[in-house]
Design a protein around this ligand. Sequence first.
Ligand code: NDP
Length: 326
Amino acid sequence: MFEALYVEKTPAGQTTTLRQLSEQDLPQGDVTIRARWSDLNYKDALAVTGRGPVVRTWPMVPGIDCAGVVESSSSPAFTPGQEVVLNGCGAGELHWGGFAQRVRVPAQWLVPLPAGLSAYHAMALGTAGFTAMLCVLALEREGVKPASGPVLVTGATGGVGSIAVMLLAGLGYQVVAVTGRLAEQPYLHALGAQDVLPRAHFEAPLRPLEKARWAGAVDVVGGHVLAAVCASMRPSGVVTACGLAGGMDFPATVAPFILRGVTLVGIDSVTCPPALRLAAWQRLAEVIDPAKLDTLTRCVPLADVPQAALDLLEGRSKGRIVVDIP
Ligand code: NDP
């Protein structure tokens, strides 16, 4: 038997409870993991609270990420005792995920824990850190260098935003953070932001082209904010769009794309191909400063995940939340 967070649909609505499950309950997959750490992302918070249509098969063990040790494997790619990381790939959405002591998934979803990264720090990064790295890799691939000019990060106090600020600053970029919580300026400066701008600045009515300011951008907000970011990019600027914390719509014009050659790069951590997945985790292991990562991370027990999820969705959380699997 093992413990798991379990969400199900009842006539009264969605319920989320801690349950004892048996290994026979686990879904199909060739690797069974003894999970040690998981983490809480925006998507997990939607799944656990039922505030967004994240769970697509019921009942579900949510949790899009986990790190742990292989317990058994019918795949030659993984052996018992090996440390592994799972992030995205449909875990916690279509297939039982990481808020459990045992997790069973297809081998191709897993990445060996990269050398130099602890399982705890892998989950302090989690999908948020992985996505921030996919944004950094896309900026690099599209030719944005530290010397190109300032790089904007929106939703900067959140999980993806905080890690994007820390990564970009560590790589020598001049980072400008955008936040709805100006009281968090000291936090953002400590992560490496050179400047902090209020989110309201990007929510005002906008013209098709605004003053050209940014060489690159990481946007987790979407909606009007993303449109405003695109309108204020420098010629040949690159925007990586990975989130919708502010909305799903995109009320923009084509002007930045056809008059400034701006590139909009979509980032999807779930369907990321295995080779890029491995490369992103290895690069994270190379560049992350674990002590700095600790300053933006807190840890909660599995039983506290429902409350932490509410706090995250209601703007009472910042940085990253690791989940301690007992
Ligand atoms: P968090 O909740 O940790 O951070 C989101 C941040 O966005 C908040 O901290 C806040 O930052 C800002 N924000 C929140 N609400 C609003 C709002 N109504 N309008 C504008 N800004 C808002 O979430 P994550 O960092 O985990 O995820 C951020 C986004 O990225 C989510 O939409 C998530 O679904 C998406 N995502 C996408 C992935 C992908 O593969 N494409 C992978 C991971 C996440 P502040 O207070 O500083 O303004």
